[in-house]
Design a protein around this ligand. Structure first.
Ligand SMILES: [Zn+2]
Length: 136
């Protein structure tokens, strides 16, 4: 390596082209470059910058997708509130009747079935309103 070499990089400024004034310390394909303009170094820095940007973009994209999924799940559960409320009201209404049921009375049997249906309905409404993926 010859200390007399100047960096081979041409720099454009204000419509003029200048040669980099720094010493060419690194050789590449028969030419000498300063540490800033050495092509393999320039490429490696650009690749590292691109990789960091891609990683940041991917993390932001993932965070946005998670936030969106959480928002949709919250909306889904909120939309089930009237259904859940109605199911619980129906269950409470039939529960009073259930207390005085006599199995031999045909009307009581019908009320018992209504109570069982209301109970199943409430159970299903609660299951739908639970966070998705949560154990019931
Ligand atoms: Zn240079």
């Amino acid at each position: 390596m010859n200390e007399q070499h100047k960096c081979s990089r041409k720099i454009s400024k204000d419509g003029h082209s200048y040669q980099c004034s720094k010493t060419g310390k690194l050789e590449h394909e028969g030419r000498f470059y300063c540490g800033l303009h050495h092509p393999p170094t320039v490429i490696a820095k650009r690749k590292a910058r691109d990789a960091a940007w891609t990683e940041k973009f991917d993390a932001e994209y993932k965070a946005r997708k998670i936030a969106e999924a959480e928002r949709l799940e919250e909306k889904r559960r909120a939309s089930l509130f009237p259904d859940l409320l109605a199911a619980l009201q129906r269950l409470i209404a039939t529960d009073d009747a259930h207390a005085t049921i006599h199995a031999e009375d045909e009307d009581d049997v019908a009320r018992m079935l209504e109570y069982a249906a209301a109970f199943d309905n409430a159970r299903a409404a609660i299951a739908r309103a639970l966070p998705q993926g949560a154990p019931e």
